[in-house]
Write a protein that binds this ligand. Structure first.
Ligand SMILES: Nc1ncnc2c1ncn2[C@@H]1O[C@H](COP(=O)(O)OP(=O)(O)OP(=O)(O)O)[C@@H](O)[C@H]1O
Ligand SMILES: [Mg+2]
Length: 319
């Protein structure tokens, strides 16, 4: 058996986009992305809007058929044939707790649904006990079981979504920007809950966010994406203190620092231009059109993600 819980190798997701009556063009949402996640660990996945984070998560769970590459879960390749049984091990929590829960279903029905789908109880009483237990785990009041999803605040809805994901006792959860839609004051509470649940249940996360500060504390490792590509990946503190890729450096330079002395010394690196369209990718390195250090070589060949020592991986010709 593999030592990694999840292995993603050269994952590709191209969406065919119609460009005319008979012509389509591939939109390369995810291109050649590889990473691993171990049991009970968190990988933080960051990058600007549209860089392909959600697509990575959805393709791993086979909500999309991958264009290329392999996903292995506990050493077993994930395919259309085994995905139904693997869904008991791999779950997803969505970004928007308002649209991802059916407002006309009660909390009990929402959390009970995966229990029904996977036949995880032998009688009504056991079903109810499991639901109340899950509600307790995520800090929801048992009296709320018969209330409707629309009666709850964003933070509470996200707790319902997490209880639903936990119902099947998964080993791995894709958390797709689970706190982005919440008030800042609620964000920390929900992130702490994710951490507590991990300590208690040993569940592993792919934790997606566009903000490095959100993933920093919860993630053992962080990976940075740009335009469908992974440009840098390292252990969390290492990445925050010694970013190597010019894109990661610019992301970090935008992160606010609480100490005004250090903040004054820090230079903000502004990126020029806009992110190119994934329908018209630059040749070579995807970041080169906005990179201060780009050379001819960068336009010719796309750099591979290579280990610069201690598992700190970077895809860049110059750094
Ligand atoms: N089903 C789809 N069909 C066609 N294109 C898609 C589809 N889903 C995503 N895309 C495109 O793929 C690219 C990556 O989208 P994705 O939603 O994965 O980005 P993201 O990093 O999650 O962004 P955000 O931070 O806004 O959630 C975008 O250009 C998007 O328009
Ligand atoms: Mg997304």
């Amino acid at each position: 058996m593999s030592e990694h819980l999840l292995e993603v190798e050269h994952l590709k997701q191209y969406f065919p986009i119609k460009t005319g009556f008979f012509t389509t063009k591939p939109l390369k949402a995810v291109d050649n992305v590889s990473f691993t996640i171990d049991h009970g660990e968190t990988l933080g996945l960051v990058g600007e809007s549209g860089c392909g984070k959600t697509t990575v998560g959805r393709t791993i769970l086979r909500l999309y058929e991958p264009t290329g590459g392999v996903v292995r879960f506990e050493g077993e390749e994930v395919t259309d044939k085994n995905i139904h049984s693997l869904r008991r091990q791999m779950q997803m929590v969505f970004q928007d707790p308002y649209s991802s829960l059916n407002p006309r279903m009660t909390v009990e029905d929402i959390i009970g649904e995966p229990l029904d789908v996977h036949n995880l109880y032998s009688n009504k009483k056991e079903r109810r006990e499991k639901i109340l237990d899950l509600m307790n785990t995520v800090g929801l009041n048992a009296e709320h079981a018969t209330r409707y999803a629309h009666e709850f605040s964003g933070g509470q809805r996200q707790r319902i979504g997490i209880a639903r994901a936990l119902a099947v006792d998964p080993k791995f959860i894709v958390c797709d920007e689970p706190v982005s839609a919440l008030d800042v004051s609620i964000q920390a509470q929900v992130i702490n809950m994710f951490e507590d649940l991990q300590a208690k249940l040993g569940v592993a996360y792919l934790f997606i966010a566009h903000d490095l500060l959100v993933v920093r504390h919860i993630s053992k490792n962080i990976a940075v994406m740009y335009l469908g590509h992974m440009v840098e990946a390292a252990e969390s503190d290492e990445l925050m203190t010694h970013p190597i890729h010019p894109y990661t450096q610019s992301l970090l330079s935008a992160v606010p620092i609480p100490d005004p002395k250090i903040a004054r010394q820090k230079q903000r690196i502004m990126l020029e231009g806009d992110v190119p369209s994934p329908l018209n990718m630059p040749t070579g390195c995807p970041f080169r059109t906005r990179c201060r250090f780009a050379t001819e070589k960068c336009a010719e060949e796309c750099p591979e993600l290579t280990d610069r020592g201690g598992g700190h991986k970077v895809a860049c010709w110059n750094h």
